[in-house]
Write a protein that binds this ligand. Sequence first.
Ligand code: BMA
Length: 292
Amino acid sequence: MSLTLTRYPGNPLLVPSPLNAWETDNVFNAAMARHNGLIYMHYRAQGLDRISRIGCAISSDGYHFNRLLEPVLAPANEFEAFGVEDPRITELDGVFYMLYTAYSPHGTRVSLARSTNLIAWERLGVVLPDEDNKDAALFPEKIGGRYAMFHRRPPDIWLAYSDDLLHWTDHQIIMQPRPGQWDSVRVGAGGPVFKTEWGWLNIYHGYNEDRVYCLGVALHDLDDPARILKRQDEPVLCPLGPFEQWGDVPNVVFTCGGIESEDAYRIYYGGGDHVMAVASVSKADVRAFAQG
Ligand code: BMA
């Protein structure tokens, strides 16, 4: 039996708002974090000017969200002129770090910001300079004494290490597209991986020649995430229904984060680059996948 994500019947969780000019068109690809008993969703929003900003919505149950009226991150320098996109948040030693795509005439740059309250963000700047890169996500703990992250040099997922989160070395390809399969053209990281007793659980995205974005699952060795222990052939989620198959960009499910609960992983995802939704998988099913 293959692992699949089960959609929440109340989807979508968040839709564009006509009340705020910066989020009238699309709200999608959100980072997720827990803080003080609440669940925070940092979503990419596009409004009348089509510039991407990062909005914040807060929930006590992970399904019903109240949003802040102003974005928490908006373009503020030359690397961000066209927008700030696709945030991924990781908590390390009580500090929240957000990796995001800074988009401008220079191209797409992986950038870092930090916060202690998830509302006020301090920029630390571009961390992979002079290259078009995106889909970067920090690991939730150090590996062998160093910080680790996934990033994407097309068409592959790469792994890199750092002592200070700012300078990254030991870049290596760890996952590639599979010809003839649903992830035949490009693959990229989803949200930060989850630690399980069997390895790092990685819900990633990929697409094929028809540009259908689906999500897949892999398990990576805890001590050496470059070692893939398992990678399922079948996707765990593919676009279905009007929001995901039509949307602003058709046929897209794309994740930048999830939340671990006692018995499940909830994967939050953008549908059609237009709305936010959630789908989950039980820990029992993940165990069966890991041990199967
Ligand atoms: C990628 C990013 C994502 C988006 C996806 C599908 O390149 O721009 O934000 O969800 O394409 O359009």
